[in-house]
Design a protein around this ligand. Structure first.
Ligand code: CP
Ligand code: NVA
Length: 310
């Protein structure tokens, strides 16, 4: 392996070098081929991954658990009420204790700071499986999927339509890192965080690409190679769903909107999709849609991440 990532945590794409991002893609491609041809790849024989989930999950849980098993290790699932964590024990002490048992931790939670602290106080790699702020494993997978479909990343344009949420933030980090243009269209009050936008602009400047934060979805989608969207109300925001639905309705990705993109645009969504809200069935199920390839690739990319850091 050209780049040594052993022991490193994966909390944000912003912390990775470009070489590390491409190392993850190279290893993911190799592991995907090995799985498809039935070649054993037990790179983490006897290792243990603790998987902490304070929010629900289909893809993240199953792809990590299957992935660690295929690599020869074992995954242990801990739901919201299974640990002493943040009830009778601090994040710091939990990190110190888990580091005495496990080879790595994957965590999905609300507060991004908890993931940072877990890595800070523990001595094993921590993988961010989604926080309110970021979803790096998803976006690394999305970029890997685009690379598979288009053979190149630099110079492509991704349009993200919708909430300036964890997906928007990680897409800003990821696209700017690899030199893709990114245009985000969100209603006012729901734009991505200024600090993440400004980091992305600095990265994009270095890579010779562009970051645009717009109001108008049509302008964002103009000439796009990829159209991306996500739910209007994320996990933990369920009580805002009705109000958000009114504010976001003109941001729906539908047959009318996608006409502004390149003819061979890719439609992407991290899933779960709320069909009829942020995206129509027609777009979700169109030949341009690669949503299930994205979902599958979570397995291969996260296996690569685990193999590299654990
Ligand atoms: N995309 C994603 O992370 O899906 P889950 O919430 O099902 O894990
Ligand atoms: N923004 C969504 C992503 C789900 C994968 C959420 O946080 O619920």
């Amino acid at each position: 392996m050209a780049v040594n990532m052993k022991g490193k945590s994966l909390i944000s794409i912003h912390d990775l070098t470009l070489e590390e991002v491409y190392e993850i893609f190279d290893v993911a491609k190799t592991l995907k081929e090995k799985l498809l041809t039935g070649e054993p790849h037990r790179l983490l024989e006897g290792k243990t991954l603790g998987m902490i989930f304070s929010k629900p999950s289909t893809r993240t849980r199953i792809s990590f658990e299957t992935g660690i098993f295929q690599l020869g290790g074992i995954g242990m699932y801990f739901g919201a009420n299974d640990l002493q964590l943040k009830k009778s024990e601090s994040v710091a002490d939990t990190a110190r204790v888990l580091s005495r048992y496990l080879s790595g931790i994957m965590i999905r939670t609300f507060d991004h700071q908890d993931v940072i602290d877990l890595a800070k106080y523990g001595s094993i790699p921590v993988i961010n499986g989604l926080t309110d702020l970021l979803h790096p494993c998803q976006v690394l997978t999305d970029l890997f999927t685009i690379l598979e479909k288009r053979r190149v990343l630099k110079g492509l344009k991704l349009a993200y339509i919708g909430d300036g949420n964890n997906m928007a933030h990680s897409l800003l980090n990821g696209c700017s890192k690899v030199g893709m243009d990114i245009s985000i269209a969100s209603p006012s009050g729901y734009k991505p965080l200024a600090e993440i936008v400004s980091n992305a602009k600095a990265n994009a400047n270095y890579m010779g690409s562009k970051v645009e934060i717009l109001d108008d979805p049509v302008a964002a989608v103009k000439g796009a190679d990829i159209i991306y969207t996500d739910v209007w109300a994320s996990m933990g925001q369920e009580q805002e769903a009705a109000d958000r639905k009114k504010k976001f309705m003109s941001y729906q990705v539908n047959d009318q909107l996608v006409k502004n993109a390149k003819d061979d645009y890719l439609f992407m969504h991290c899933l779960p999709a709320h069909r009829g809200d942020e995206v129509t069935n027609e777009v979700c199920d169109s030949p341009n849609s690669v949503i299930f390839d994205e979902a599958e690739n979570r397995l291969h990319v996260q296996k690569a991440i685990m193999a590299l850091v654990m």
